[in-house]
Design a protein around this ligand. Structure first.
Ligand SMILES: Cc1cc2nc3c(=O)[nH]c(=O)nc-3n(C[C@H](O)[C@H](O)[C@H](O)COP(=O)(O)OP(=O)(O)OC[C@H]3O[C@@H](n4cnc5c(N)ncnc54)[C@H](O)[C@@H]3O)c2cc1C
Length: 303
């Protein structure tokens, strides 16, 4: 259950308080405001606030006096041009503020994205909830045999059950001890800031996370990628759906040039030119290492 009844009531009350504004609003994003998109077993992402839309990107690029809009095709063309040529500052004119509930081990990856403003739930001040991420059976995977930083096939049978039991039992025992340590019932009670060190990395934390569209797209490029860990990827994918509705032209250009595009080295481009001339290019005569060649084959989908 990502949100308690009280939390949902607070959000619903905020949603009921509509106000008129002269500010530009994005109709696609308005529908996400004050809705929590569930992620993993207890997590969520919800848009608390946002600023700007596709027009704001064009407005800044043209340093315009008005809304900056010329025509729909003109605006989309401009946004694609900016994305293609890494003219990134107009994208920084759009901002988003998210409320995210996520396991601590996911938060450790997420916080590496430094170009954001973050305020996390204080476990010195407050008591953390008894909520732990327990992977769904199909996400409970073995270590990958080919990728040291990845997972392979799902665990099966008694091994899967044993792992799930340990995850649940260890988290429950650690939380029981956390509660017992901070209790003031017949004892002084350990400070919350100390008792929390006993909690497992799959416990949930929460934060407000604010960033601009340029840095958000960079985050999505890295974390919605197939190589990102599943547990952060699902958050990135949920945010991606929101961004698609918020700035449809920018998101489409991002999908085209960044998510779906690829960067090729000078050597790789030379190989493609040789292939187009009919030369048989192999790893041995490509000038690439085995790893580079494997990735190159993945990009151009040959071999
Ligand atoms: C698949 C994957 C595996 C990873 N594995 C590891 C790992 O094993 N160990 C590990 O420690 N990390 C790992 N990371 C984290 C990674 O190294 C980055 O820290 C993280 O992705 C944040 O990227 P960023 O610095 O570009 O983002 P941000 O911090 O948001 O920065 C955005 C951009 O701003 C600029 N910038 C920000 N701060 C500075 C600065 N101080 N100096 C110069 N330029 C700056 C850079 O251009 C940067 O790209 C991994 C990330 C991914 C996606």
């Amino acid at each position: 259950m990502p949100l308690s009844a009280d939390q949902q009531a607070e959000i619903d009350a905020a949603r009921a308080e509509a106000q008129t504004t002269l500010r530009a609003t994005a109709p696609g994003m308005e529908k996400h405001l004050y809705h929590a998109a569930p992620v993993l077993d207890h997590g969520f992402v919800r848009v608390v606030d946002y600023m700007g839309d596709d027009n704001a990107i064009c407005q800044a690029a043209r340093v315009s006096y008005g809304r900056g809009t010329k025509s729909v095709s003109n605006d989309e063309g401009l946004i694609r041009y900016l994305m293609r040529h890494w003219h990134s500052t107009p994208f920084e004119m759009c901002e988003i503020k998210l409320h995210v509930k996520l396991p601590v081990f996911v938060a450790r990856q997420w916080i590496r994205h430094r170009t954001a403003n973050v305020n996390e739930y204080s476990a010195r001040y407050s008591i953390l909830d008894r909520e732990f991420y327990i992977p769904a059976p199909d996400s409970l995977a073995a270590q990958s045999a080919t990728n040291n930083q990845g997972r392979g096939e799902a665990l099966e049978g008694p091994e899967a059950q044993r792992v799930l039991d340990w995850l649940r039992e260890d988290a429950t025992r650690a939380y029981d001890h956390y509660e017992a340590m901070i209790s003031t019932d017949g004892q002084q009670g350990l400070a919350r800031e100390l008792a929390r060190m006993n909690l497992p990395a799959n416990i949930y934390t929460q934060w407000y996370w604010k960033t601009d569209l340029h840095n958000l797209l960079h985050f999505l490029r890295l974390r919605a990628d197939a190589h990102a860990q599943y547990e952060i990827r699902v958050y990135a994918e949920a945010i991606g759906e929101m961004v698609r509705d918020w700035v449809p032209f920018a998101y489409k250009a991002f999908e085209d040039y960044r998510m779906g595009g690829a960067t090729l080295s000078a050597g790789a481009l030379d190989c493609i030119r040789r292939m187009l001339k009919g030369e048989e290019v192999t790893q041995e005569n490509s000038g690439m290492s085995k790893g580079e060649w494997r990735e190159f084959q993945g990009v151009i989908q040959i071999g």
